[in-house]
Design a binder for this molecule. Structure first.
Ligand SMILES: [Zn+2]
Length: 171
């Protein structure tokens, strides 16, 4: 894992970033996201991301975030890998922490307000947005359950473990 991947860095002043209409984009390995990796069958592949700063019609700072790539989810039925195309496209409204979020923004489904206190951690922002976009219970269209009812029941890993333990104690 290259150091560059592990540190996407920070946007030091997200409000300035928006006012100056700056853009941040690049590629990042899936394996870099620790929380996300725990949810996947395999943390393989590379995602592309783009964060665009601008002002909305009311001249409020806005970030347009897009993240694309393919993730290997874990099928909830057979626990096998399930390829899934990630396509995040989200508008975010940065607000200073402690600042009241106007009610109309809370009602606006198309824009999510995010509290920013100091630096904006790019990696953690991307990871939050990816996790929110994941399907709740991914499943293959057609697959066999990992423990078929009425069929041969595989020995559970716990049974194997306690058998090993018992063996260890006996010797
Ligand atoms: Zn499956």
């Amino acid at each position: 894992m290259s150091n560059q991947d592990a540190k996407l860095g920070y946007i030091a002043d997200v409000f300035k970033f928006a006012y100056e209409q700056r853009t941040l984009s690049g590629e990042v390995k899936v394996a870099v996201f620790e929380r996300l990796s725990d949810l996947l069958a395999e943390p393989a592949g590379v995602l592309t991301y783009r964060i665009e700063g601008d002002l909305d019609a009311m001249r409020r700072p806005r970030l347009t975030l897009s993240i694309d790539g393919r993730l290997m989810l874990r099928c909830q039925r057979c626990l096998g890998g399930l390829g899934w195309d990630l396509a995040v496209s989200n508008a975010l409204q940065p607000v200073r922490s402690g600042q009241e979020i106007p009610e109309e923004e809370l009602e606006d489904d198309e824009v999510d307000a995010i509290e920013v206190d100091g630096d904006l951690d790019v990696l953690s922002l991307l990871e939050d947005e990816i996790i929110l976009a994941l399907p709740l219970a991914p499943r293959h269209d057609e697959c066999e359950p990992s423990r078929p009812e009425g069929g041969a029941v595989k020995e559970s890993p716990f049974a194997v473990l306690s058998a090993l333990k018992a063996k260890g104690n006996a010797s």
